[in-house]
Ligand binder design. Sequence first.
Ligand code: C2E
Ligand code: MG
Ligand code: MG
Ligand code: MG
Length: 276
Amino acid sequence: EAKRRGRGRAISYQPGMIEAIAERGHLDNALRGALAQGQFHLLYQPILSLADDSIVAFEALIRWTHPTRGLVSPAEFIPLAEENGCIVPIGQWVLDQACREAAGWPANQHVAVNVSAVQLRSPHIMAHVTGALARSGLPPHRLEIELTETALVEDGRQVAHTLAALRALGIRIAMDDFGTGYSSLAHLRDLPLDRIKIDRSFVASALEDKHSLAVIRAVAQMGRDMNVLTLAEGVENSDQLDLLREIGCDAVQGYFIGRPAPPPRGGAEFSWVHAA
Ligand code: C2E
Ligand code: MG
Ligand code: MG
Ligand code: MG
């Protein structure tokens, strides 16, 4: 029985699996050449400060235009790039491009860049960050680096060292998608954070689900007590915005504020139309 099962397992591809593997193989290959082919660009999503209803930052979000398939979502290709190592040069390109574009924005606006766990653990991370700042002339305090909980948790010692070095330069550190990863209150206590971004799944259900609401309230309160800014992600309507204002989150981001869009030419042109 074991033998049959063992033998069976080796050839028991489910319908669609071969196609899925071939698809992955194809994307994997295409991804290796994408940077040299200039197939990436960045979109920017505004971040609204609730203290004064002004756009204080933009988050850079990568887009890949595959020559025949069109746009491929980062949710699909970032994990692949992390596996095959491409994330390090891609991440360096993102840092360079984001810093260069942000250097032309008003001085009161900063740029938030997503950095993957693999990239954070690369021996080149500090050189890539300082290089991007030097080449663009962007002051370090106008760069924020977003890390997921997974990135912050793995290899705690080295990560804490890198975060301290980044922060010593004046760069801000945000914990992205808070509440969905390996959340630990010890990490909030021990890591040097400037901002906590509450995952959009909590915002999406906050109006109907009192547990989601309780989590957002607790994180907002914790942020105030710890002197860490809080931002709620995924705000899609005015009821959610009103609720987050009442709770006292410092900032919000989401389709209701603005969708990811091509680089703002002088962020001042961005008009926030929903402000009270
Ligand atoms: P993230 O960093 O949490 O970025 C927020 C994601 O939520 C973006 O998806 C954004 O378009 C989407 N979003 C923003 N507002 C709303 C909303 O109101 N409703 C909904 N349903 N979605 C909203 P996107 O651009 O597809 O990126 C997905 C993820 O891919 C990002 O999540 C981030 O983890 C990763 N990613 C994107 N760009 C980069 C990059 O340059 N480097 C790395 N390492 N990862 C990136
Ligand atoms: Mg992010
Ligand atoms: Mg996020
Ligand atoms: Mg996310």
